[in-house]
Design a protein around this ligand. Structure first.
Ligand code: AMP
Ligand code: MG
Length: 350
């Protein structure tokens, strides 16, 4: 398949390019496009054959359901069976934005989208190109992250090209995604709303609207083996760089000392080490490939840079990645969740 790359300026959107992309979606093709979280790989959510193409292009396991994207709140009604009051409140407060709501699905949703579940995940992104594309297509658009399954999610068009060139019809390059981690997935089918995947909207933001929110026990690494995650995507090793990754967690000075010691040890064995540091610590290392994830005092920068950093370590062909843990709260929850998946659960406490 020939992939067409189109550059689109998000501040001055070329309507002709959006029409071309929307036409590809309407005739059953695949279009990668920027959202505020990560790049998505979109297809007509009501077309079973088209959505099958997403699973093939990504090599995505068929038991991992897709999020359906809409351009306005009204479009949700036809996708779900009854709309809970909590949905209205959350949509008013957080849409458009990085919050995905899991609700009872309606009959028009093909089973392939929900991997056979009786619920559907829906989100309205805030990125102007994503909104323009979905609106112009006039359809709900199923869109998982536009990466090869298992690889770090794409936050630039270049990342999408590295993974999906010749596997999709079109890539819209609208510059880097700003949030940098995926949406928060929130199940509102039960009595108490439950976070199935931490992401761009934080637990305290949700609490400020609903008063309470629970955290799927399967998200806690310690429980992971004994419980079945309700968000099927979370059970896979995910977001993985090619190198073996370890997260070092504890008091910061101890973390730095441990990473320095491990870097020396791996070095002696002839292995090259990538260090995922922060602005606060980057100057404390004197060997290894050092990348700063961002500023610990501005945790949104850590989210924004994470996937680019993991892909950069791949590009530099390091054998081992040693990553400093960050604060496991608010947006940091999403960062630590992605990092521990990327590390296959390898966390060293100091
Ligand atoms: P991705 O779009 O690649 O970031 O992945 C979508 C995430 O949403 C995965 O973790 C899915 O398991 C999750 N998801 C999608 N649909 C549902 C659903 N109906 N119920 C629970 N989780 C879902
Ligand atoms: Mg994904």
């Amino acid at each position: 398949m020939n992939t067409l790359l189109l550059k689109v300026d998000k501040d001055n959107i070329d309507a002709e390019k959006i029409r071309t992309a929307a036409e590809v979606i309407r005739r059953g093709g695949l279009v990668a496009f920027p959202t505020e979280t990560v790049y998505g790989l979109g297809a007509n959510a009501l077309d079973e054959t088209a959505t099958k193409g997403i699973f093939i292009a990504k090599g995505r396991p068929s038991d991992n359901p897709l999020i359906v994207h809409v351009a306005d709140k009204e479009s949700v009604r036809m996708l779900v069976e009854g709309m809970p009051e909590t949905a209205e409140k959350l949509m008013d407060r957080f849409w458009p934005g990085p919050l995905t709501l899991v609700m009872k699905k309606s009959r028009i949703i093909p089973n392939i989208i929900t991997a056979g579940l009786d619920t559907v995940a829906v989100r309205m992104p805030s990125h102007p190109i994503a909104l323009a594309l979905i609106k112009e297509a006039g359809l709900p658009v199923a869109a998982p992250s536009a990466n090869t399954s298992g690889r770090p999610s794409p936050t630039t068009a270049k990342h999408v090209m590295d993974d999906l060139w010749d596997k999709v019809d079109m890539i819209l390059d609208g510059g880097p995604a700003t949030v940098g981690v995926e949406s928060t997935v929130l199940d509102i089918t039960g009595d108490v709303p439950m976070i199935l995947r931490p992401g761009g909207i934080t637990p305290s933001q949700i609490k400020s609207v609903l008063g309470t929110v629970l955290y799927d026990p399967a998200l806690n690494a310690r429980n992971a083996e004994n419980s079945v995650p309700k968000s099927p995507g979370m059970k896979y090793r995910h977001y993985s760089p090619k190198a073996q990754m370890f997260i070092i967690d504890g008091e910061l000075a101890g973390v730095v000392a441990k990473i320095r010691e491990m870097t020396d040890e791996y070095g002696k064995r002839g292995l090259s080490v990538g260090i995922l540091a922060t602005e606060q610590t980057r100057d404390m290392y004197d060997s290894g490939e050092i990348i700063s994830l961002g500023d610990r005092d501005k945790p949104e920068t850590l989210a924004s840079n994470l996937f680019t950093a993991l892909r950069e370590f791949d590009r530099r062909h390091v054998d081992i990645i040693l990553a400093e843990a960050v604060k496991n709260e608010e947006i940091g929850l999403a960062v630590m969740n992605r990092m521990s998946k990327a590390a296959g659960g390898n966390i060293i406490k100091v």
